[in-house]
Design a binder for this molecule. Structure first.
Ligand SMILES: C[S@@+](CC[C@H](N)C(=O)[O-])C[C@H]1O[C@@H](n2cnc3c(N)ncnc32)[C@H](O)[C@@H]1O
Length: 310
C-alpha cells in the first residue's frame, strides 16, 4: 500500500473474509459487485477466488478510499472496474458496462479504519473540521446538522442512529454550546458533550455520538434499504447477497429485508432463500487480531432458482 495515500493513517483490515468468500463466491467465472469497495480488502479477496473469466465491479462513495483500492487492484488489470459512486447508482454502472445480471453482491457497511484516520471529522480522536461526508463534494456536513437542527431532531438522531441513552441531555448541551459559537471541529463537539457522557466509558459514549451524526449526514439507513432492494433485482438465479453490518440499526434493516424477501406474509417463498438463519459473528481469534471487527454481523441470502426473472 503506498505511503503517499496512507501516511500515518491506519490501514483497514477487512472483516470476516473467509466467511464472506464461502457464502458469496459460488461461480468462479461470474460477475460480482463489491458495493462498498473502500480500500479494496474484500475486493482483492474476491478476485483471488475468481477465474480469469471472473469480473469484479467495485463502488464507493469515498474517492480517497478508492485511490488506495486502485493501487491494490492494479495486478488484476481489466478484470476489475472501480466507480466512485453511491451503491444506489448500481443500475447506471451496470448499464454502462452492459452487464445484465450478477453472481453476487457484497455490502460491507459503515466506514473503514482508513476513513477514521482521515481529517474529515469521523473520529473523536482526530482534530478535524466537522464534515463526516463519505462524498465530500455533495450533501450536508456534520457542522450544518449540528448547528441547524432543533433540539428535538438532534435528540432523535442521537437516539435512533447511535442508541445514545441520554440523547435529550446530549442534544440540550449541544444547543447550549452552539449559542456561544457554532460548532466547527471535532474537538468543539467533544467539549460540547463532555459533561453529559459517562466517566466510566467515555470513548464508547463519544463513539456512539459520532456514529449517530455520521449516519444522519450520509443518510446511511435509507441508502441501505434502497441499496439492498436495487442490488437484489440484478441477482441471477442462485446469485448471492452478503451484508456485513456493524450496529443494531443496520443489522435490523438487513434482517428485515432478507426475511421479507424470503417469505411473503402468507408464508409462501419469495425471491430469496436465507443462507444464514442466524447472524454470523467474527471468531474470537479474529476479534483478538482485529478488535474493530467485534461488532460485525454477517447475513447472506441466495436468489431462488425457480423464480421468474424478467
Ligand atoms: C467498512 S468500509 C468497506 C471496507 C472494504 N470492505 C475494505 O475491505 O476495504 C465501508 C465503505 O462503504 C462506503 N459507503 C458507505 N455508504 C455508501 C454508499 N451509499 N455507496 C457507496 N459506498 C458507500 C464507505 O465510504 C466505506 O468506504
Amino acid at each position: 500500500m503506498p505511503q503517499s495515500y496512507l501516511g500515518k493513517r491506519q490501514p483497514h483490515v477487512p472483516v470476516m473474509v473467509r466467511e464472506v468468500l464461502s457464502l458469496l463466491v459460488h461461480d468462479p467465472n461470474g460477475i460480482y459487485v463489491d458495493c462498498t469497495a473502500g480500500c479494496g480488502g474484500h475486493t482483492v479477496a474476491i478476485l483471488g477466488k475468481l477465474s480469469h473469466q471472473g469480473r469484479l465491479i467495485g463502488l464507493d462513495r469515498d474517492k480517497d478510499s478508492l485511490l488506495v483500492a486502485n493501487e491494490k487492484l492494479k495486478a488484476f488489470g481489466e478484470r476489475v472496474f472501480l466507480f466512485n459512486k453511491d451503491f444506489r447508482k448500481l443500475p447506471d454502472v451496470l448499464e454502462e458496462l452492459s452487464v445484465k445480471s450478477l453472481s453476487g453482491v457484497l455490502f460491507d457497511l459503515g466506514l473503514s479504519s482508513y476513513q477514521l484516520g482521515l481529517k474529515r471529522g469521523f473520529s473523536f480522536q482526530e482534530e478535524a473540521p466537522l464534515d463526516m461526508r463519505f462524498d465530500s463534494t455533495t450533501g450536508t456536513t456534520a457542522a450544518e446538522i449540528l448547528n441547524n437542527s432543533d433540539e428535538t431532531r438532534l435528540a432523535e438522531i442521537l437516539r435512533v442512529y447511535g442508541d445514545v441513552r441520554n440523547a435529550d441531555r446530549v442534544a440540550r448541551s449541544i444547543v447550549e454550546h452552539r449559542k456561544e459559537k457554532p460548532l466547527s471541529t471535532t474537538a468543539h463537539l467533544v467539549t460540547a458533550v463532555r459533561r453529559t457522557i459517562s466517566s466510566k466509558n467515555p470513548n464508547s459514549s463519544l463513539a456512539r455520538i459520532f456514529q449517530a451524526i455520521r449516519i444522519a449526514v450520509n443518510g446511511e439507513l435509507d441508502a441501505i434499504r434502497e441499496g439492498l432492494a436495487i442490488a437484489t433485482t440484478f441477482l441471477a438465479r442462485g446469485g448471492r447477497i452478503c451484508v456485513i453490518g456493524y450496529h443494531s440499526g443496520e443489522d435490523r434493516i438487513v434482517k428485515q429485508f432478507m426475511r421479507g424477501e424470503a417469505t411473503f406474509a402468507d408464508g409462501s417463498s419469495s425471491r430469496l432463500e436465507l443462507l444464514t438463519h442466524k447472524v454470523i459473528r467474527p471468531s474470537e481469534q479474529e476479534v483478538a487480531a482485529n478488535p474493530r471487527s467485534r461488532s460485525a454481523r454477517l447475513r447472506a441470502a441466495r436468489r431462488l432458482e425457480n423464480e421468474q426473472i424478467p
